[in-house]
Design a protein around this ligand. Structure first.
Ligand SMILES: [Zn+2]
Ligand SMILES: [Zn+2]
Length: 348
């Protein structure tokens, strides 16, 4: 019997099955990627725990990297060859709507997590599979990092998009609320943009790591008032940029208080539950502040994220918390949902 491909299929709440499927044959315009590793994002954790509803069966995984093992005859051989190490991304936007056509694939009108990916036995983003049939516009060269580290490309690309949205300038004060992986990646990039970074989290182990990674100040909001501390540090001006990386509406509401006149508040996380917040329209009017959202990333962000990693500009080693073999997928998910890890990675 010929070798089979393997995939992890969500079949119900807290139910995952390891299934086999035939290794897809390359068509003329596609390449076959053998996946080395895929990280378990918060999104997959929410599908696993039932917080995020999807139609089962469903294949998760959108933080995956691998090697090109086969190529169709029409694939551009000047750019791609068998053996290339690649991050796979941007498989979800439709590439046809107004947002996609105007360079904003990250806000695609038809963004679909439940698309059927070619060659896979079930619908879904598909990254938790050993073999993917993809077109090269979803591939990004990456090198000088391990597959486990390379899985951070997708989260880094989203943070890069967020940080570019905030238009940080040299000498700005930036507040990053939440020191999970997303908050810490914001901290690293904001510091590299020349900002003085203030992080806020009740977990002092994590704020200590933030200080190592480039933050200048750490605030514990359970012990001190964030707005007050930001005022003290900035001589009353407050922050030019505030990133909220938490999923909590109340935190977003309070985050506004740390924003300087002409400052920007960027809401990075999705919100669970999505409780409305209240903001003073007169403050917004007088301060000329900007309230911004950001979600996902586009081809440009992916390209730049792979450069940040390949050139050693951003070191993501601290974020690979655990690595599991494919057979131990159940353990991997159970560990990931404890919430005390940055990224749990599954090897394929
Ligand atoms: Zn993700
Ligand atoms: Zn689109």
């Amino acid at each position: 019997m010929s070798e089979m491909a393997k995939t992890l299929v969500f079949t119900g709440e807290k139910q995952i099955e390891l299934r086999e499927y035939p290794i897809p044959e390359v068509s003329d315009d596609k390449v076959l990627v053998k996946v080395d590793a895929c990280a378990i994002c918060t999104w997959e954790q929410r599908v696993y725990t039932g917080v995020k509803k999807v139609d089962f069966p469903f294949i998760g995984g959108h933080e995956m990297v691998g090697r090109i093992v086969d190529m169709g005859k029409n694939v551009d051989q000047r750019q791609w060859k068998i053996g290339d190490f690649v991050a796979v991304g941007v498989t979800l936007p439709c590439k046809n709507c107004y947002q996609c056509k105007s360079g904003n694939e990250q806000n695609c009108e038809n963004f679909d997590h439940s698309k059927q990916q070619e060659g896979l036995p079930e619908k879904g983003m598909g990254g938790m599979s050993s073999h993917l049939l993809v077109s090269t516009d979803t591939l990004f060269h990456i090198d000088n990092v391990t597959p486990e580290e390379a899985t951070i490309t997708e989260p880094l690309s989203c943070v890069l998009h967020s940080v570019e949205t905030a238009e940080i300038e040299l000498g700005d004060t930036v507040v990053v609320i939440g020191c999970g992986i997303m908050g810490l990646l914001h901290t690293i990039l904001a510091a590299k943009k020349g900002a003085c970074v203030i992080v806020s989290d009740t977990n002092e182990e994590r704020t200590a790591l933030a200080l190592e990674l480039g933050a200048s100040y750490a605030v514990n909001p359970a012990k001190e008032d964030l707005e007050q501390r930001v005022k003290e540090i900035t001589g009353g001006i407050k922050a030019q940029v505030v990133f909220d990386t938490t999923p909590i509406s109340k935190v977003a509401e309070d985050a506004v208080k740390a924003v300087a006149n002409n400052g920007r508040l960027v809401l990075y996380s999705s919100f669970y539950p999505d409780t409305p917040i209240s903001i003073s329209p007169d403050w917004l009017h007088k301060s000329a502040a900007k309230l911004l959202g950001t979600a996902n990333s586009n081809i440009v962000d992916f390209t730049k994220a792979t450069r940040l990693l390949s050139q050693g500009i951003v070191d993501v080693k601290p974020f690979v918390s655990e690595v599991y073999e494919l057979e131990d997928y159940q353990k991997a998910f159970e560990s990931a949902i404890q919430g005390d890890k940055f990224r749990v990675v599954i090897k394929f």
